[in-house]
Write a protein that binds this ligand. Structure first.
Ligand SMILES: [Zn+2]
Ligand SMILES: [Zn+2]
Length: 300
């Protein structure tokens, strides 16, 4: 077996028909030089990487097959030796000038395509956001007030503030103020109880002590973050101007003249009302969880 140190300049796929007939073993097919039944294809040996010892040699044909498998159809993909991580130096015959130009053209297109796609997608998203922002403004302020607002043609307003509207609306639904409201409610309840019953609660009567000892502290219910919940929140945020306008129209029509005041109050009532219902619901969930029991098998 050859013990010569291998320099990096030698690390390429080289045909070596006249390599000395040492005890070479192909690490792919495990055939060795001594196997006389090897066909002419398996006479081409190559030492393609920095590996030494038994994994140094491989048949050119075996390695080609192995590289095909690794590249999985992408002929430009680099392939490394799985042992020493040397990148195989794969050379193909030169292309003609026409196809070389075509290859360069493809490379340029490949380089620009992600940029162009990002540009188009961002442009499309921006356009949609702008249209949505305009729609929200018209819904809540009324068409006259929106027209008056846009009349001064302030570029910051038109190109930054209006397209941001849908994102702010969708993001606003991810502020979980119900949880803080509910915690405040629980805290105020416990404070009230302590104030009424005294600091250490020793004045509690027997019945109440029994009832509270049955209540356990349930694990906090987490608001789920699956796709359905996220899209529901985003949709809820985007529909907020519509809900605000409808609520304002239903509740304050005839009482308030200006459209934007109606929408503002309508939105406030909508958000607060829905929030209070949600807080009550979550409080009920908490109470149910706290006083749940697990049935015996034969009891059911
Ligand atoms: Zn082989
Ligand atoms: Zn190697």
């Amino acid at each position: 077996m050859s013990r010569r140190p291998i320099r990096s300049s030698e690390t390429q796929i080289i045909f070596s028909p006249e390599s000395p007939r040492y005890d070479r073993t192909c690490w792919v097919c495990l055939a060795s030089d001594k196997d006389d039944d090897a066909g002419p294809v398996l006479k081409d040996w190559v030492r393609p990487c920095r590996c030494r010892g038994t994994t140094k040699w491989v048949h050119q044909a075996c390695l080609q097959r192995w590289i095909d498998e690794k590249q999985a159809g992408n002929a430009a993909a680099p392939v490394l030796c799985s042992q020493c991580r040397t990148q195989y130096r794969i050379v193909c015959p030169k292309l003609g000038p026409l196809f070389e130009c075509f290859e360069e053209y493809e490379k340029i297109i490949d380089a620009f395509s992600p940029l162009a796609t990002a540009f188009l997608v961002l442009g499309g998203v921006g356009w949609c956001a702008n249209r949505f922002g305009m729609l929200s403004l018209t819904q809540t302020l009324g068409s006259d007030a929106t027209a008056a607002l846009l009349e001064n043609r302030d570029p910051v307003l038109i190109h930054v503030t209006v397209p941001l509207i849908p994102f702010v609306l969708a993001g606003s639904r991810f502020i979980d103020w119900h949880t803080y409201g509910l915690r405040l409610y629980w805290w105020s309840q416990s404070q009230l109880k302590r104030f009424v019953l005294g600091d250490d609660g020793c004045e509690r009567n027997e019945a109440e002590a029994n009832s509270t000892s049955r209540m356990r502290e349930p694990a906090e219910l987490k608001s789920s973050s699956d796709a359905a919940t996220i899209t529901r929140r985003v949709m809820g945020g985007l529909l907020l101007p519509t809900c605000a306008a409808v609520c304002g129209q239903l509740l304050f029509d005839g009482l308030i003249e200006e459209q934007w005041k109606k929408s503002l109050l309508g939105g406030f009532v909508y958000v607060l009302g829905k929030g209070i219902v949600k807080m009550m619901y979550r409080h009920q969930q908490y109470v149910r969880q706290a006083s749940r029991t697990i049935l015996s098998w034969d009891e059911s």
